[in-house]
Design a protein around this ligand. Structure first.
Ligand code: DX5
Ligand code: ZN
Length: 233
């Protein structure tokens, strides 16, 4: 049996490119990396699954040579299976898919892993956690949305905290201690502590990092996370 008392995931900070300066993406990515962010969160939107359009694998491939950060592609698109190989080939390290869109979730997770990427499951704020339970053993991380996806700069939905606690407890009780929990939407330095205390260890932040001073914002999120780490952080 896994010893859950020693299974701790480090806190990882994941700036969301959605809030970067799209005329200077490379510079913003380098600033994030130099400020100590470990993960670059890349929001892929198709105008169908969500009411917004962002970018595809070409942008991921263009940025890849300029950064050693983990590239975390959050696919908010219909029919993700058709595009997973392209994002993997573009340099994605992690790829996550929404359970609301996947008819055959285990097959999709297997497809992601077959391309050498870590596989993630994403749940919208009102999607029952049971959808994650069914496939938790076959994924590497679970992304809980704390806003309805589609846009940056929305307000954090507080029910995330209870959902994260329930999920962390369920994962620990069911032999899935290896699964990390990521949060996305409305997270800033001022609510990072409670998010981490709820069992989240991957912190996505868009407007919370790119509004104002990027380096100071990343430092503030790091400080909040480290001062208030749960036993899981
Ligand atoms: C929303 C995206 C988020 C977004 C977060 O659909 O998935 O990653 O960039 O932005 P903030 O942190 O501003 O809510
Ligand atoms: Zn996202």
């Amino acid at each position: 049996m896994t010893d859950t008392t020693t299974m701790k995931h480090p806190v990882l900070i994941a700036p969301s490119l959605l809030s970067a300066d799209f005329a200077n993406l490379r510079d913003d990515v380098l600033r994030c990396q130099n400020a100590g962010a470990e993960v670059l969160h890349l929001d892929v939107m198709d105008g169908h699954f969500v009411p917004n359009i962002t970018f595809g694998p070409m942008v991921v491939a263009a940025l890849r040579p300029h950064s050693t950060m983990i590239f975390d592609c959050h696919l908010m698109i219909e029919n993700p299976d058709a595009y997973i190989p392209a994002f993997a080939n573009a340099g994605a390290d992690w790829i996550s898919v929404h359970v609301e869109e996947c008819k055959h979730l285990h097959r999709t997770l297997g497809l992601i892993r077959s391309h050498g990427c870590k596989a993630g499951i994403v749940l919208n704020p009102s999607t029952p956690l049971e959808y994650a339970f069914a496939a938790a053993a076959d994924c590497d991380f679970i992304l809980l949305m704390s806003v309805n996806p589609g846009f940056g700069g929305q307000s954090f939905i507080p029910s995330l905290l209870q959902r994260a606690r329930l999920l962390r407890d369920w994962l620990d009780a069911h032999g899935c201690t290896h699964v990390q929990i990521e949060v996305d939407g409305g997270v800033k330095a001022d609510n990072t502590a409670e998010v981490v205390a709820a069992g989240v260890n991957i912190i996505v932040s868009g407007s919370g990092i790119f509004s104002g001073n990027l380096e100071a914002n990343i430092a503030a999120i790091r400080s909040a996370a480290e001062q208030h780490q749960s036993t899981w952080a």
